[in-house]
Design a protein around this ligand. Structure first.
Ligand SMILES: Cc1cc2nc3c(=O)[nH]c(=O)nc-3n(C[C@H](O)[C@H](O)[C@H](O)COP(=O)(O)OP(=O)(O)OC[C@H]3O[C@@H](n4cnc5c(N)ncnc54)[C@H](O)[C@@H]3O)c2cc1C
Length: 394
């Protein structure tokens, strides 16, 4: 099968030669993930998307590829750098946002929570098999009435002897219906705490939210916790307060700033290849100035977005990254990516509204991406607070 870069010039692929900013190891990892996406995702994604399916069998393949919890050290995790993690997310999302979302929920949210806040016993129990994709995790923060403002969550954990009883509902929880373990955030007398809930626990149930108009090759669920009984050892000992949950979101938001560029790149390359071949008025549509302007604008934003992501990644690897700086990349790169995908769709004309072409699928996925892990508005408010020192929200 052809890849979107077949027949394109070097400048069309990497205008500023940004590849020169990456190490050989980083490019090798990127190329390995790209090859996986070409071989395993591109031939199948249309069918999965149409069927609204994420095949669980992909999980061990992604584990073998080394992209689950890839920035975490020890406990069988790959221990790669933030930049390598970002490059992998970019390549996965060039296949489909649903695929990158799987890696984010598993690695950046759930495994991160266990890695940051779990006991040694919890880490040993869950992380090695999650890194291999043998076990799947989910991360339950959002509720029907608590989205952008998770501090208003109603899910509660009350003491029961040495253990706990959890009651409440969560919504939009990725992977919950195929997960083996759920990180559930709940109110206690001692503030918000995180719990590790085996999904086989009596009283835990998850049902898929469908039908969806975007992010179709991906699972999100309504979750009910009805008198779910846990042992004392099931609380994440070091996760105290909402800040613990938010620190996991920062890991996922960081990955998204790279991932969105993958969707944008794929849409741009598809549109470019099509416009070089598609003829109207007896000329390729790529010969029209209006078309070239669209393509150039895409290249400008993809390359700028990559510089933002790379700089942010290098800062993260140096331990110098602030959460507010992640908001810059998430807000900018997702906003530009969705604009690029929509513009790319226009170049495909009517054919662009079919599943034969990728831009509209990517754009529909990015509708969800601009909402989860902090909406555009929430990241704008975070940046506004950072530059004015005045919070415009609680
Ligand atoms: C595909 C997908 C996967 C997801 N996966 C998970 C998951 O795995 N785990 C999980 O816990 N959650 C998950 N979520 C939930 C996600 O984090 C929430 O959707 C997100 O936090 C926004 O909450 P909401 O949808 O309730 O929107 P709301 O918070 O109701 O916001 C609605 C609108 O109001 C705006 N708004 C809210 N407050 C303000 C304000 N102060 N100022 C200005 N505007 C404001 C928002 O920006 C938005 O435009 C997922 C969502 C999606 C779509």
């Amino acid at each position: 099968m052809t890849t979107p870069t077949d027949g394109l010039t070097p400048l069309a692929i990497d205008y500023l030669n940004l590849d020169s900013l990456f190490s050989v190891e980083e490019l090798e990892l990127r190329d390995r993930v790209r090859a996986f996406v070409d071989a395993r995702i591109r031939p199948n994604i249309d069918a999965w998307y149409e069927a609204g399916e994420f095949p669980r069998s992909l999980a061990p393949e992604l584990g073998k590829l080394g992209v689950l919890g890839m920035h975490l050290d020890g406990y069988g995790c790959p221990g790669r750098s933030a930049v390598e993690y970002g490059l992998a997310m970019l390549e996965l999302e060039a296949g489909d946002s649903g695929l990158r979302t799987f890696a984010s929920v598993q690695g950046s949210l759930t495994m991160s929570a266990i890695h940051k806040f779990g006991s040694v016993a919890q880490k040993e129990r869950w992380l090695p098999r999650m890194a291999k994709g043998e076990l799947i995790g989910c991360f339950g923060l959002t509720e029907p009435d608590a989205g952008s403002d998770p501090a208003r969550m109603q899910t509660a954990a009350r003491r029961d002897g040495d253990g706990w009883v959890l009651d409440g509902t969560k919504r939009w929880i990725g992977l919950a219906s195929i997960a083996d373990v759920a990180v559930i955030w709940a109110r206690t007398d001692d503030g918000i705490r995180g719990f590790l809930v085996p999904t086989s626990s009596p009283g835990f149930s998850a049902s898929d939210i469908e039908p969806k108009l975007g992010m179709r090759a991906s699972i999100q669920c309504d979750v009910t916790l009805d008198d779910v009984r846990l042992g004392a050892e099931d609380m994440l000992p070091d996760a105290t307060g909402l800040g613990a949950a938010l620190s996991c979101l920062n890991e996922a938001r960081y990955g998204i700033m790279w991932g969105a560029l993958g969707a944008a790149r794929d849409a741009y390359q598809s549109a470019l290849a099509y416009s070089l071949q598609r003829r109207q008025f007896e000329r390729p549509i790529a010969s029209f100035q209006l078309t070239q302007q669209k393509l150039v604008d895409m290249v400008l934003e993809i390359q700028k977005g990559l510089l933002v992501a790379l700089h942010t990644g290098r800062q993260k690897d140096a331990g110098a990254l602030r959460p507010e700086q992640i908001s810059f990349g998430k807000l900018n790169n997702v906003r530009e990516a969705i604009a690029i995908c929509r513009e790319a769709r226009t170049l495909l004309g009517a054919n662009g509204i079919t599943l034969d072409h990728t831009p509209m699928r990517h754009a529909n996925n990015l509708e969800a991406v601009r909402t989860y892990e902090g909406t555009d508005e929430v990241h704008t408010l975070i940046m506004g607070r950072a530059i004015t020192d005045i919070p415009a929200f609680a």
